[in-house]
Design a protein around this ligand. Structure first.
Ligand SMILES: Cc1ncc(COP(=O)(O)O)c(C=O)c1O
Length: 399
């Protein structure tokens, strides 16, 4: 039976397939790791996961989740202020704040939720939020929602362009609160935000700086404390949002970290807190264990940096032109979406899983395959992946 909705989306799905942009899901039969078992394909090297530190299957992280299941049960059965907050949530939030160097933190089901909560809860119709042009979709949607809910003013500044940001902050002098939002590490580029300059500019304008450190937590800085540690400015960012579902591998947890007053206000008023279940205790406990693992093993972060540098240098040696950078996100631009998806398919046939990204995830004409390195990739893993890149790169006449 067809209705107007089905009638509209069915041909669109067919069009995605025709134009080569349809995303096929690959099913895994083993935990996230440097090598996984992929249904129908056998062992595959994963070069497309955010499991930067390899903690998704770290024994202490998994054991902590199991212990919490026994101690606290499976679910939270309601929202925190109604039916009680587990002590494991409090411990996790203290660890998040400690990790990024803020007085307090508040956990959310995901960083998407945290990014949705921050502007919509904290801003009013007298305020402005300015967002970097290449910010993550969750920040963009959080801002759209904030605009609809609060009637705050919104603006976008050119990617990483502090002159443009300065101009826009100056033009908005009359706004009571001006919030500036940036990714710490831009997920599709691997570029790092110019944090010291952003802090200085925001201080000069008395603007509030919010950094989404999802791809920097556990990755940047000597101890993996994120973009602020990378630049030696821990404790100087007003507000950080991040996820524990990437480098820290503990599961789908997001958090905001800021002053005690901001975290308390979000506890009182943030709708994703007030109207949604808290994280399952298993996830909270695994996330806490992953932070503790990071604190005890800074050498994992150094290992990640070394492996990322090796892979980038070898790709350059083969004749590819990855976007320059110093993070474990290494994108190779291919142009059209179909080209990126084709390269990804051919690499997968060689046993290497690298996702192709096209419009609208990245700008039109800048489709890419994005390699992501993990500290747990061995040199063998990386060399095998590089051999596949060489073979497919020659086949497609890219090198
Ligand atoms: C920069 C950034 N922010 C937020 C998110 C969302 O994180 P989560 O999976 O915890 O919702 C992502 C995930 O892709 C991200 O890359």
């Amino acid at each position: 039976m067809s209705n107007p909705l089905e009638a509209r989306i069915a041909p669109q799905l067919e069009e995605f397939i025709r134009e080569g942009t349809y995303k096929r899901l690959n099913f895994l039969e083993s935990p996230q790791a440097a090598r996984v078992q992929m249904e129908g394909r056998g062992e595959v090297i994963i070069l497309s996961s955010n499991n930067y530190l390899g903690l998704a299957n770290e024994p202490s992280v998994v054991a902590a989740g199991k212990a919490a299941l026994d101690r606290f049960g499976a679910g939270t059965a309601s929202v925190r202020f109604i039916c009680g907050t587990f002590t494991i949530h409090r411990a996790l939030e203290a660890a998040c704040a400690r990790l990024v160097g803020t007085p307090a933190a508040l956990s959310f089901g995901s960083c998407w939720n945290a990014n949705e909560a921050v502007p919509g809860t904290l801003l009013t119709e007298h305020d402005l939020i300015i967002s970097d042009q290449l910010n993550h979709a969750s920040i963009i949607d959080g801002i759209r929602l904030a605009k609809a809910i609060t009637k705050c003013q919104t603006a976008v500044y050119q990617h990483g362009d502090l002159t443009d940001l300065d101009t826009k902050l100056t033009a908005a002098r009359d706004r009571r609160v001006r919030m500036v939002s940036t990714d710490g590490v831009f997920s599709m580029e691997g570029a790092i935000a110019k944090l010291p300059e952003l802090i200085e500019l925001c201080r000069r304008h008395e603007a509030v700086l919010v950094v989404d450190d999802s791809h920097a937590t556990g990755v940047l800085g000597k101890n993996g404390r994120g973009t602020a540690e990378h630049f030696g400015v821990v404790g100087e960012v007003d507000m950080i949002t991040s996820t524990l579902g990437k480098a820290l591998g503990g599961g789908a947890v997001g958090y905001e970290a800021a002053s005690a007053a901001v975290s308390d206000y979000l506890t009182q008023r943030a709708r994703p807190q007030l109207f949604s279940n808290a994280l399952p205790p298993t996830v909270a406990a695994s996330s806490l264990a992953s932070i503790e693992f990071l604190e005890a093993h800074p050498e994992r972060v150094a290992q990640l940096r070394d492996s990322a540098r090796y892979f980038r240098d070898q790709l350059l040696g083969l004749g590819f032109q990855p976007l320059p950078g110093e993070t474990p996100i290494i994108p190779v631009i291919l142009g059209e979406t179909a080209a990126a998806i084709r390269m990804s398919d051919l690499l997968l046939a060689e046993g290497v899983f690298v996702t192709g990204f096209g419009y609208p995830v990245v700008p039109q004409g800048q489709a890419r395959v994005r390699c992501q390195i993990s500290a747990t990739h061995t040199r063998d893993d990386l060399d095998q992946a590089l051999a596949a890149f060489r073979k497919i790169g020659r086949q497609l006449r890219l090198i």
